[in-house]
Design a protein around this ligand. Structure first.
Ligand SMILES: [Zn+2]
Ligand SMILES: [Zn+2]
Length: 352
């Protein structure tokens, strides 16, 4: 009989069952990883509600993770049982036009672990050995489970390529906080984070924002960003919310000649109103990024390892796998919670 493990299976929209399922069987090019922690991501909520990946269910979600190598496929090199690891979740065909261009994220057969195929809300997960990253001893399991979101923000920052001394406004105080930390690291000033929750705004400030705009108190954040940037608007504006309204604000608060960085994910049918006149006459530009991939992972590990980014203020709590569904709902209701980790080993929740 197959070896069994505990997993949170997203059966259909709004139904998660924590149950026994077979441990994944690995091929020669794969490794089996014993999962330690998985961070809950907004994407998990979208999968839970059926907004995303509904055609993939039933599926074990979970993609921001770390663990230890349990078993190695025959071809796996440079790894041993017990190594602390995470894995680049992005898989592609390897031979199409985009893969050959080094644009793996655009591959028509692009798949992400825990988003399109079984992921890490379980005791074990399998991954291709070539995508595995070893975790330096200095990183805690929590920091290691946070490498994926940091890699996404790094990918976006590389696409944006902000110049030293340039102003950056960030809409959103979830991963927006991390965008703020990275903008400061790149020598941008002032760094302005726009959010609606006092606790998150405080953390944004602690992690590098020069100014925070609390949208509960400031009715016109566009005017406020202009006020803080010599009346022009910011050199760079990062949209890290994922609503049409905030995307439209982004184009209004970027200065002429400036650049909007698209990061937040809206519904796939939503459209926004942007005046082409404004793009042409004011030479506004857009960069976009969909995930952290390849060397973004190595760079995320390096920046955390060397203390350039300290994500710990964003960590809220650890819950047992059995509480995943309730934690997903709590995250929607309580904006004081930022990153919640799920552990297959925990028996009770731990508030950090
Ligand atoms: Zn994520
Ligand atoms: Zn491809």
């Amino acid at each position: 009989m197959a070896r069994m493990m505990k997993a949170a299976v997203f059966e259909k929209p709004k139904v998660i069952a924590v149950k026994q399922v077979p441990v994944p069987e690995i091929g020669d090019d794969e490794v089996l990883i014993r999962v330690k922690l998985t961070g809950i991501c907004g994407t998990d909520w979208s999968i839970y509600t059926g907004k995303y990946s509904a055609d993939r269910l039933p599926m074990i979600a979970g993609h921001e993770f770390c663990g230890e190598i349990e078993q190695l496929g025959r071809n796996a090199k440079g790894l041993k049982v017990g190594d602390r690891v995470t894995a680049d979740i992005n898989m592609s065909c390897g031979h199409c036009f985009y893969c050959k261009q080094g644009q793996k994220l655009l591959c028509p057969e692009f798949l992400q672990l825990g988003i399109h195929i079984d992921g890490t809300y379980a005791e074990y997960v399998k991954a291709p050995w070539g995508q595995v990253h070893k975790i330096p001893a200095k990183l805690s399991f929590m920091e290691a489970a946070f490498i994926e979101p940091v890699s996404c923000v790094i990918h976006s920052a590389k696409a944006m390529n902000a110049a030293l001394g340039s102003s950056v406004a960030i809409l959103g105080s979830g991963l927006g906080i991390l965008h703020g930390a990275l903008a400061r690291l790149r020598g941008c000033a002032p760094v302005i984070v726009i959010g609606h929750n006092t606790k998150r705004n405080e953390i944004a400030r602690k992690m590098g924002a020069d100014h925070v705009i609390d949208t509960k108190q400031v009715s016109d954040p566009v005017a406020e960003v202009k006020r803080l940037t010599g009346g022009r608007g910011a050199d760079y504006v990062i949209e890290s919310v994922g609503t049409v309204a905030t995307y439209e604000q982004a184009f209004r608060m970027v200065r002429a000649g400036g650049q909007v960085s698209a990061f937040g994910i809206t519904g796939d049918k939503e459209t926004m109103a942007v005046a082409p006149f404004d793009l042409v006459l004011h030479e506004k530009k857009v960069t976009s990024s969909c995930a952290g991939v390849g060397n973004d992972w190595r760079d995320a590990i390096t920046l955390i390892e060397h203390g350039r980014i300290d994500p710990k203020p964003m960590f809220s709590m650890v819950v047992p796998l059995e509480e995943l569904e309730s934690a997903l709902k709590e995250l929607r209701k309580n904006p004081d919670l930022i990153k919640v980790f799920v552990s297959p080993d925990a028996t009770k929740r731990e508030v950090l």
